[in-house]
Design a protein around this ligand. Structure first.
Ligand code: NAD
Ligand code: IPM
Ligand code: MN
Length: 356
């Protein structure tokens, strides 16, 4: 048997609630499989910060490096909680992991689910993937304040885009387009962001020349939000920078039927560090502690983890079980109002039915 060592950071708010369901489903999917997962739990996030004043100790980071993958729930304090400065956990834990582990591919697949209604007028299916850059852009922390607190204050946040960083994510997006429907859309805003926009466009042109079987087009990010709502079928692979990708993938989750369905993978394409698997959504303080968060995004993210680890059959079982169960809920009109554990248990039963 193959054994994989998985670090679990379930985090804050609904993070632990959805991660628990993802683990149930992983266990079910791996029953009678030749692969097994060995979990190590890391208690990081808001509570750890309040107790220790630390977000991520260097030693902990080194331990995390030794795992085969990281299963991540969500982090982030309740904005009502005055004790925690805005974004400290997100930046010093989540973004730090993405940067330190060089997760340059932030993969966010988006599709319709059988029977699940979307907010869109059309009921036509769609299936696209956003390849969001994960280590650069305005996320690098290259900013500052001048004359802070005065009426002359100037705050800057410089978006950093390197030839190396853009090339590797664009190359990955082209490779994905080759194995999908052969179309790539670069989303940026080069009418305003001329320097980075030009680098992204030239990089896509270079990679397009190397991948003649892939057709490509360009769309400004504001227009992309229109097309994602009016005609999401037109997208196959979207490649975009860190911030545009963040915003677009919350929209993508919403148009697919809800943010609670949207999975994500933060991947080190070189395979030199563990990749991280996490839902697109956050800690949802508005519904945390009530057992009502949809665990589907976390479960599909766990499926992406198995796929990434090469445990393809079990990954397929998760995908199949989610599809079948959603179709049944839709058919019987019984999905609404289910709790996190009820959903998780239903997926587990589906998987058992598949493997029996
Ligand atoms: P959010 O994604 O946590 O919540 C947005 C809305 O979606 C809320 O109404 C929430 O109830 C709903 N929602 C989210 N996940 C859901 C689920 N599984 N099932 C049902 N409904 C769900 O975004 P936010 O409110 O902007 O952020 C809350 C906190 O999470 C902030 O501290 C933010 O920084 C952090 N955050 C963390 C991550 C992460 O850890 N990967 C991602 C996004 C936001
Ligand atoms: C996401 C989140 C993070 C991001 C935040 C919490 C730093 O919104 O994973 O989409 O902006 O990348
Ligand atoms: Mn986001």
């Amino acid at each position: 048997t193959r054994t994989f060592s998985i670090a679990v950071i379930d985090g804050d708010g609904i993070g632990p609630e959805v991660t628990a369901e993802a683990r149930k489903v992983l266990n079910a999917a791996l029953e009678n499989d030749d692969a097994t997962l060995h979990y190590t739990e890391y208690s990081l996030g808001t509570r750890h910060w309040l107790e220790t004043g630390e977000t991520l100790h260097d030693e902990t980071l080194e331990k995390l490096r030794s795992h085969d993958a990281i299963l991540f729930g969500a982090v982030g304090a309740d904005p009502q909680d005055q004790r925690i400065p805005s974004g400290v956990i997100e930046r010093d834990l989540l973004l730090k992991l993405r940067f330190e582990l060089d997760h340059y591919i932030n993969l966010r697949p988006t599709r319709t689910y059988p029977g699940v209604s979307t907010p869109l007028a059309s009921t036509e299916d769609f299936d696209f993937v956003v390849v969001r850059e994960g280590t650069e852009g305005p996320y690098v922390g290259n900013g500052g304040s001048l004359r802070r607190g005065t009426t002359q204050e100037i705050a800057t946040e410089v978006s950093v885009n390197t030839a190396h960083g853009v090339r590797r994510v664009v190359a990955d997006a082209f490779a994905r387009a080759v194995s999908r429907r052969g179309h790539l859309t670069l989303v940026h805003k080069h009418n305003v962001l001329t320097h980075s926009g030009s680098l992204w466009r030239r990089t896509v042109e270079e990679q397009a020349a190397l991948n003649p079987q892939v057709s490509w087009d360009y769309m400004h990010v504001d227009a992309a939000t229109i097309h994602m709502v009016t005609n999401p079928q037109r997208f196959d692979v979207i490649v975009t920078d860190n911030l545009f990708g963040d915003i677009l993938t919350d929209l993508a989750g919403a148009v697919s039927g809800g943010i609670g369905l949207a999975p994500s993978a933060s991947i080190n394409g070189a395979g030199t560090t563990p990749s991280m698997f996490e839902p697109v959504h956050g800690s949802a303080p508005d519904i945390a502690g009530r057992g009502i968060a949809d665990p589907t995004a976390a479960i599909l993210s766990a499926g992406l983890m198995l796929d990434h680890l090469g445990v393809k059959d079990a990954a397929g079982r998760i995908e199949q079980a989610v599809n079948a169960q959603m179709a049944e809920w839709a058919e019987r009109n019984t999905g609404g109002g289910l709790g996190s554990a009820e959903r998780g248990d239903a997926y587990v039963s589906r998987i058992k039915a598949l493997t029996d």
